[in-house]
Design a protein around this ligand. Structure first.
Ligand SMILES: C[S@@+](CC[C@H](N)C(=O)[O-])C[C@H]1O[C@@H](n2cnc3c(N)ncnc32)[C@H](O)[C@@H]1O
Length: 486
């Protein structure tokens, strides 16, 4: 059996009080058969004598068998087992492995996606392991069965969580999510929520959501919850996370977003990723290196290499002059396929550094290898990974930008000054929190598609002081949920 590292297997074990709460709710009679699809060392199995666990790692499975002698523990891949078993369970509990798509690959992923496909759920190749795990675990339930799991907070916003949430609503009478702000796993930067789903083979038109500051042991999910109609979840980009906001804030946000005096960023600007060189250190020269190699200035463009190097509002020529004076590696070697290359540039390309660069994945896969594609001088840059929120920075310096910043080009008739004013509006700032996603460590990330959906006020719809306050409070609420305290 494969015995890989903790991270590869997503092997983070659940605190006892959390496991006890989930099992106490899921098991309704001593005859109930309980499944833990990724049982680890048997934390859940040990809480119920009539249990079946599956665990990939043989050594860990051995510990589980010792800890819960009444249980049956299968060693191997859960998806393989789930595709073959005829057994059905009254309940399933556990904490599925959270293996991101880059590592969740090969045969296991193929089997997982195929099995989920048979259950009617199509996951993309970008799906992390836990979402197919929950789907396949549900598929092992008997009619009327229930399941209770620790789930990554990604269930509230990740695109790959959509098919899972939809499947849950289409297959359970009750779907209840418990968002927990304080970390269940104090040593991980990953936030975890709880999922309770009851009445398998039923269906529901709503998602229940309870937001808690910290986990509380209990034999059942909290009685107080908010009802999120599935249709409203869909209207919020299929995300549960915005519903952490109070009703009045959400109502104001939705009404404002629908008003004519407001538009989406994507309708007034095109947001894209910056260029990808494949070998940043080679393609970005220091002024002293450019002089040393005698590279003509027409082949060099000043480049923004990191969101951190952006000033808050305007990138002036004087900033670039400072970079050059400090001899920073900020000059992109920019040649096109049509350019007649001077000897100096040819010798730089043929230098040992050039030999190394052309072997990188990106360079190997383009022709000619030294022509960096998609280099444009945008109207503005957007820092897309930040704690306080992304800034929209006017490009007055004629710079190009690597993929560590987003590049923004205006379209339509809003000027950049207007757009910057709108971007700073409490409505847009809340919208960025709603459309972007938390990245751990207090950071917010905004992908180009997410940025395009951000709502920007167009021509000064008047907001009352109370409304502005509400929007700002909403933004702070979501920032607190991503652990950024302004
Ligand atoms: C997050 S841990 C949870 C363990 C235990 N249920 C708990 O909460 O304490 C996930 C477990 O899933 C196991 N695992 C990972 N991929 C698996 C797979 N494809 N099939 C079965 N188990 C797997 C890992 O080895 C790890 O022990």
């Amino acid at each position: 059996m494969i015995s890989a590292g903790i991270k590869e297997r997503g092997a983070y074990f659940t605190p006892l009080d959390v496991a006890q709460s989930l099992v106490r709710w899921a098991v309704r009679s001593s005859d109930d058969r309980l499944l833990d699809p990724s049982c680890g060392d048997g934390q859940f199995l040990a809480l119920h004598p009539n249990a079946v666990g599956v665990e990939w790692d043989a050594a860990t499975a051995g510990v589980a068998s010792q800890r819960s002698p009444g249980s049956i523990v299968h060693v191997g891949d859960f998806f393989d087992w789930a595709a073959r078993t005829q057994q059905r369970f009254q309940c399933a509990v556990g904490n599925p492995p959270f293996i991101r798509y880059q590592r969740f690959n090969g045969e296991t992923r193929r089997r997982a996606l195929e099995h989920c496909g048979k259950l009617g759920v199509r996951f993309s190749a970008l799906s992390s392991s836990w979402a197919p795990f929950l789907t396949a675990a549900a598929g092992c339930l008997a009619s009327g069965g229930r399941m209770a799991f620790v789930v990554p907070a990604e269930i509230g916003h990740a695109p790959y969580a959509r098919p899972l949430v939809r499947f849950l609503c289409q297959n359970f009478d009750v779907v209840h999510l418990i968002a927990i702000r304080e970390r269940l796993f104090p040593t991980l930067s990953q936030d975890a929520w709880l999922l309770y789903a009851d009445g398998y083979t039923g269906s529901t038109e709503e998602i229940r959501l309870t937001a808690l500051d910290r986990f509380r042991s209990s034999a059942s999910p909290p009685r107080s919850f908010r009802r999120v109609p599935v249709a409203r979840w869909e209207a919020f980009s299929h995300r549960v996370r915005p519903f952490l906001l109070p009703d009045d804030t959400l109502d104001l946000y939705q009404a404002s977003a629908a008003s004519k005096s407001v538009c989406r960023l994507g309708s007034v600007a095109k947001v894209g990723i910056g260029y990808v060189t494949g070998a940043n250190d080679f393609f970005h020269l220091r002024p002293s290196e450019a002089r040393g190699w005698d590279v003509p200035s027409k082949f060099l463009l000043p480049a923004v290499r990191s969101g951190r190097s952006l000033p808050p509002r305007t990138l002036e020529k004087s900033t670039v002059e400072n970079w050059l004076e400090r001899d920073e590696a900020c000059l992109l070697l920019r040649v096109t396929a049509r350019d007649e290359l001077p000897v100096s540039v040819k010798s730089y390309l043929d230098s040992p550094e050039g030999e190394e660069a052309r072997e990188t994945y990106k360079c190997r896969n383009r022709d000619p290898w030294h022509v960096v594609p998609d280099v444009t001088v945008p109207d503005a840059f957007l820092s897309y990974m930040s704690g306080a929120g992304p800034s929209l920075v006017e490009n007055r310096a004629g710079c190009v930008g690597t993929n560590s910043v987003h590049v923004v080009r205006l379209r339509g008739n809003m000027s950049l000054k207007q757009l910057q004013r709108s971007w700073d509006h409490p409505l847009s700032r809340l919208s960025v929190e709603i459309e972007g996603h938390p990245l751990g460590g207090g950071m917010l990330k905004v992908e180009p598609g997410e940025a395009a959906r951000v709502v920007v006020p167009r021509n000064g719809r008047p907001f009352s002081a109370d409304e502005l306050n509400l929007l700002d409070l909403g933004r702070r609420t979501l920032m607190r949920w991503r652990h950024y305290d302004a």
